[in-house]
Ligand binder design. Structure first.
Ligand SMILES: NC(=O)C1=CN([C@@H]2O[C@H](COP(=O)(O)OP(=O)(O)OC[C@H]3O[C@@H](n4cnc5c(N)ncnc54)[C@H](OP(=O)(O)O)[C@@H]3O)[C@@H](O)[C@H]2O)C=CC1
Ligand SMILES: O=C(O)C1=N[C@H](C(=O)O)C[C@H](O)C1
Length: 267
């Protein structure tokens, strides 16, 4: 049995993760942490997630529950996640990280942490998106440099980072397959006299609207045709189930930094 703690238990993903952990055999909801000073401290995690009483209360810090869990699932914000990584390294806990918007320096810290603990870090934990990463590599390799690549994503009005981690991951997958460096070819939005499109660029467009859970489309276009690969998430449960799957997978794997392609055997 993997004893799981959920960081950011009161968040959109936090509540969905509580439900997914509660539903899944082999994992036990052992703890949940909310922001220090939050009015949710002491609230039953089941009540928080709308499941009824589960007998585990929201804690104010990881320290307060450090002996209660083996693995931390963290879908919060970069600074919170990095503090969680330091805690998990210090206390030898495994981690599943879904937080997006990390800097390159923060990602380097995760790679270092992977020398001491087992972590899965992925911008999108859904099976469908991870299949799309694979399809995108195949499409980019087959279509090659004749096709322009543009990536469009839409998310709910509360999302704080852009483009989404998934869109950036899709850009990286395509750039890798085309032998390009995304940092050199990415164009984040266009306005005014932009000039004609440079062939090697990979463009990103972002929408923030209403309650969209997460839509991503990658368009490959040339004279005469377009190929579009689209994923639409209609429930956060698809991400939460992926995170729980990663938690169970980590139980049988040594220390290291992994992603969902490893978990789903898509490499
Ligand atoms: N990899 C994937 O598959 C997915 C990744 N994500 C990513 O997950 C992250 C969270 O998304 P979402 O759930 O929508 O965001 P929310 O803002 O709903 O949730 C974040 C939660 O973290 C809490 N929090 C902030 N500081 C602390 C702290 N110090 N200790 C404990 N909890 C804290 C917040 O509390 P408060 O509200 O009180 O500030 C909030 O409840 C984002 O980066 C998003 O992009 C989302 C979906 C899927
Ligand atoms: O913030 C969200 O909601 C989501 N974030 C992730 C991202 O940035 O890619 C994944 C998902 O699309 C939902």
């Amino acid at each position: 049995m993997v004893r799981v703690a959920v960081m950011g238990a009161g968040g959109r993903m936090g509540k969905t993760l509580i439900e997914a952990v509660h539903q899944t055999p082999g994992v036990q909801l052992a703890a949940g942490v909310v922001e220090p000073g939050s009015s949710l401290i002491g609230v039953d995690l089941g009540e928080l997630a709308g499941l009824g009483r589960l007998g585990v209360q929201a804690a104010a810090s990881l320290d307060a529950v450090k002996d209660d869990f083996d693995l931390l699932i963290d879908f919060t914000a970069p600074a919170v996640t990095m503090a969680g990584v330091a805690f998990c390294v210090a206390h030898n806990k495994a981690m599943v990280i879904g937080t997006t918007g990390l800097t390159d320096e923060q990602k380097a810290v995760l790679a270092d942490a992977g020398k001491q603990i087992a972590l899965v870090f992925a911008p999108n934990m859904s099976v469908g998106v991870n299949l799309c990463f694979k399809l995108l590599e195949l499409a980019a390799a087959a279509l090659g440099d004749d096709y322009d690549v543009e990536i469009v994503e839409a998310h709910h009005r509360h999302k704080v980072d852009a483009p989404s981690g998934t869109a950036l991951g899709m850009g990286e997958a395509v750039a890798r397959a085309l032998g390009r460096n995304l940092k050199e070819v990415a164009v984040y939005g266009r306005e005014g006299q932009t000039g004609a499109r440079k062939r090697e660029t990979i463009g990103f467009a972002t929408m923030r609207v209403g309650d969209v859970v997460g839509d991503h489309t990658v368009v490959f276009g040339t004279e005469g045709e377009r190929v579009e690969i689209t994923h639409k998430a209609s429930s956060r449960m698809t991400f939460a189930k992926g995170a729980v799957r990663a938690a169970l997978w980590l139980k049988d794997h040594p220390v290291g930094l992994y992603d969902m392609q490893d978990v789903l055997n898509l490499k």
